[in-house]
Design a protein around this ligand. Structure first.
Ligand SMILES: Cc1ncc(COP(=O)(O)O)c(C=O)c1O
Length: 382
């Protein structure tokens, strides 16, 4: 029996009786963009992130762009970001008119390393705000990514952003309903960005995203920017964008958000099962930090044998993924920043050794055993 990387169908079959009437209501009311379904979802998602505001938008990329754009930083500011993430993390910084400044990640969690951030900031000149000696840009913020569903180390990052008077942005695109000591993803720092791309742990049936924040000012600005900078109908105080959420996605997410905690509990149970099945093998398993609810959007292991193992698993009918195979500082799109291969050894190690195993809330014990058997047989062979 082949094991898929992701199974969206089983979940859809469980909830389709609730989804279809919601979609029909959208069709009947002809309220296709924003409207009551999106507003109701915003209200329920603000409860999940435990923030004062949630602004639903058209994608996670839009959410990253908007939260930084709405922060009104001086154009060309430097924002620290890890290199081992999806391109949208750094792209959002560039779209908002700023400069991604890469800093390496922690060897265990592969999230931004507070130690390395601190070291980097200590090496900056400090007239006013820190100035990156390499690019000459003033550092005004940190964008930390909750990679694979584990929140970045916000306890330490918050101390750093306070000390240096920086904005703290959270890329929570992989971490809906994760938490640190009970504090939910989305509630750290200035603002957070979520993605509801279909494969995410809270996935829409199309593109979607959200910004969460406790700041009234930032929330108002994000709402205006997502709708062409409009302050009221036909009044535009500044240039914005069309980043509105479709009502169909609001309707789907309204239903699915009721189940997210339960679905994440299933992922956590599946991660524990993988840990049992794989613990004797020469692979690095995900490391969860103390006090953290890691929601395993992705269950990613590391091994120098990654490519051969992946081919072998493929031959056994077991799908896998790479998150992400090339760090951003080595990509053409970011070449203008002047980074070289070798500058971020942990991010580079992560990129060439990571392998993501099938993970979804409904993955069965039998499917996980097949995955484990495929991994085991590779190491028996070699
Ligand atoms: C870490 C991270 N940031 C940003 C994004 C962008 O989200 P979207 O695809 O909804 O634009 C994603 C999702 O792909 C992601 O995983």
């Amino acid at each position: 029996m082949p094991v898929p990387f992701l199974d969206l169908k089983t979940q859809y079959n469980q909830i389709k009786d609730q989804i279809k009437p919601e979609l029909e209501e959208v069709l009947d009311t002809c309220y296709y963009v924003l409207g009551p379904k999106v507003a109701a979802f915003e209200e329920s998602f603000a409860k999940i992130a435990r923030t004062k505001h949630c602004i639903a938008v058209s994608s996670g990329t839009a959410a990253i762009h908007l939260m930084i754009w709405a922060s009104d930083l001086e154009s060309g500011s430097g924002i620290i970001v890890p290199p081992n993430t999806f391109t949208a993390s750094a792209e959002g910084i560039v779209l908002a008119g700023h400069v991604p400044v890469f800093v390496d990640v922690d060897k265990q969690t592969f999230n931004l390393s507070p130690l390395k951030v601190e070291e980097f900031l200590e090496g900056c000149s400090d007239t006013g705000s820190p100035i990156d000696p390499k690019t000459g840009v003033r550092i005004k913020g940190i964008l930390a990514v909750d990679l694979y569903g584990q929140p970045a180390n916000f306890k330490e990052l918050e101390k750093i952003t306070e000390k240096y008077d920086l904005h703290l942005f959270e890329d929570a695109c992989q971490s809906v309903n994760a938490s640190i000591a009970g504090r939910p993803a989305g509630s750290f720092g200035t603002a957070a960005a979520f993605s509801f791309y279909p494969g995410k742990n809270l996935g829409a049936y199309g593109e979607g995203g959200a910004v969460t924040t406790n700041s009234d000012k930032l929330a108002t600005k994000v709402r205006q920017l997502r709708d062409h900078g409009s302050t009221e109908k036909y009044h535009y105080d500044f240039i914005g964008h069309n980043y509105r959420m479709s009502a169909f996605q609001g309707a789907v997410l309204g239903v699915k958000s009721r189940y997210i905690s339960q679905w994440n509990d299933n992922r956590i149970r599946a991660a524990a099962r993988y840990e049992e099945l794989l613990s004797d093998l020469p692979v690095e398993l995900p490391v969860r930090e103390e006090d953290v609810r890691h929601v395993y959007h992705l269950y990613t292991i590391h091994t120098p044998e990654r490519d051969n193992l992946r081919n072998h698993m493929n031959g056994q009918g077991v799908a896998s993924g790479l998150h992400y195979p090339f760090p951003l500082h080595t990509q053409k799109a970011y070449a203008y920043l002047g980074y070289k291969e070798g500058e971020f050894p942990v991010a580079e190690y992560n990129s060439s050794n990571n392998l993501t195993l099938p993970m979804f809330p409904d993955i069965s014990a039998e499917q996980q055993e097949l995955v484990a058997e495929a991994v085991k047989s590779f190491f028996r062979k070699g």
